[in-house]
Design a protein around this ligand. Structure first.
Ligand SMILES: O=C(O)CCC(=O)C(=O)O
Ligand SMILES: [Fe+2]
Length: 210
């Protein structure tokens, strides 16, 4: 359970590595058939990976219609669709290891990678489920790797009410939202007035989940 699962991502002296998954992944069942898996510190050398992604990903800002206005999306984005080359070999390895761990339960591989760059506490994502695709009707999984400074990822049952769960995620932490989580729960990265450093999240999703 050690070296076989430990993937060295670079042949040189860079220390980006993935620690084993297996029993170190903690599952928390949530109401309505949802669950969360948490593996703290999955990626070692996560600060190095943060810097590489920050410097090499072709980040772009988006603007969206909100009522009668066009507003800035408060984070930088880059989406890698199925078959597109990922920006860093560490992400290929991460996806392979996630596939090996979750294939039997998920029944299909993770195919796409969405990247978000939260530059400071003003960047955020509002309450939502990933329901553009199949997540609105089917159980699925969304695996999120966080590098850089920790930010809170919050979860609550859809429509509010009920308790809000809060996970501070950064520095190589892995969280996986599974079961009905995208349609029965919502998640967010709230803005914060506390001084905080930048965070990048990498979301791996199966085909047709968005
Ligand atoms: O950055 C995160 O951890 C969450 C991002 C997210 O929920 C999304 O892009 O759908
Ligand atoms: Fe999301």
């Amino acid at each position: 359970m050690t070296s076989a699962f430990q993937a060295s991502l670079l042949d040189s002296d860079d220390e980006i590595e993935l620690r084993p998954l297996g029993p170190s992944v903690r599952r928390t069942p949530l109401d309505h058939g949802a669950w969360i898996d948490l593996r703290r510190g999955w990626v070692t050398g996560a600060d190095t990976l943060f810097e590489r992604l920050r410097d090499t990903v072709p980040w772009h800002a988006e603007r969206r219609h909100m009522y009668d206005r066009v507003v800035d999306v408060p984070r930088l984005l880059k989406f890698y669709d199925e078959g597109e080359t990922l920006p860093d070999p560490a992400l290929d390895t991460a996806r392979r290891v996630l596939d090996a761990h979750y294939a039997a339960e998920l029944g299909e591989p993770f195919r796409t990678a969405g990247l978000c760059f939260y530059r400071d506490g003003r960047d955020s994502v509002a309450w939502h489920g990933d329901t553009i695709g199949r997540g609105s009707t089917q159980d699925t999984m969304v695996a999120i790797v966080s590098v850089g400074a920790p930010r809170a990822l919050t979860l609550r049952p859809r429509g509010g009410g009920g308790r809000t769960l809060r996970f501070e995620l950064g520095h190589g932490d892995l969280i996986v939202m599974g079961g009905s989580c995208q349609r029965t729960w919502e998640h967010a990265v709230p803005k914060t007035a506390r001084p905080c450093g930048p965070r990048i999240s990498i979301q791996f999703r199966p085909r047709g989940v968005r």
